[in-house]
Write a protein that binds this ligand. Structure first.
Ligand SMILES: C[S@@+](CC[C@H](N)C(=O)[O-])C[C@H]1O[C@@H](n2cnc3c(N)ncnc32)[C@H](O)[C@@H]1O
Length: 203
């Protein structure tokens, strides 16, 4: 039988990954393992995928917004929030980066496990958008940083994952230029690349 989904367990929570949705990997767990949500905080999860990060956040947060451009991911994230009994705290939106947000909303924490690999070809299906960061690997990250500051509260933070295969220093500089103190908070080294967790705090 051709199963159209996969299942996994994380910290006693059960998740389903629909076909066409990014399956959580080392980059996901780099954020999950470093995720500290204060009680009552408001969290934005950009590129939510199967929704693992928004579900983990929602147990502490007062409110979570989860956005993905992939409509299958949005359905999958909603199903996982329902399955883990936390969906009343999460709003799910299908759209491009931060464009669905209305003016004036702001968050204590913004998460983005971004598509970060340098890829020559145009994405062909929804799954390709999970890793394709355009030719430089930074196209989506660059667009995200252009507008994210207006949605982060003073003292609020961003957790963003990127690869050593794209230009990390450029990302750190872009964040600094927009009023963030940005540093590498953690990393996972592999044979061919290092994936890095960038933490940026808004002054
Ligand atoms: C690497 S996956 C991460 C999924 C999930 N957050 C995780 O950590 O497992 C990147 C996600 O970003 C979404 N994405 C890519 N470009 C996007 C954009 N411009 N706007 C919204 N979501 C986007 C993809 O559809 C994908 O679900």
């Amino acid at each position: 039988m051709n199963k159209s989904f996969k299942e996994f367990l994380y910290e006693d929570l059960r998740f389903t990954v629909f076909n066409g949705v990014y399956e959580p990997s080392d980059d996901t767990f780099l954020i999950a393992e470093n995720l500290h949500v204060g009680k009552g905080e408001e969290v934005l999860d950009v590129g939510t995928g199967c929704g693992i990060l928004d579900v983990l956040s929602a147990f502490k947060a007062s409110r979570v917004i989860a956005i993905d451009m992939n409509p299958i991911a949005v359905r999958c994230a909603k199903a996982n929030a329902d399955r883990n009994g936390i969906s009343e705290k999460i709003d799910f939106i299908c759209g491009d980066l931060l464009s669905p947000l209305r003016d004036g909303v702001s968050f204590n924490l913004v998460l983005f496990n971004a598509p970060y690999l340098p890829v020559e070809e145009e994405p062909k299906d929804w799954l390709d958008y999970s890793w394709s960061g355009g030719r430089s690997g930074r196209e989506t990250v660059r667009r995200f940083i252009e507008t994210v500051s207006e949605y982060v509260k003073i003292g609020g933070r961003i957790m963003l994952v990127q690869s050593s295969l794209s230009n990390i220093n450029e990302t750190l500089n872009d964040l600094k230029e927009r009023g963030f103190e940005a540093n590498i908070a953690n990393e996972k080294r592999f044979f061919f690349e290092t994936i890095l967790l960038i933490k940026a705090i808004k002054h």
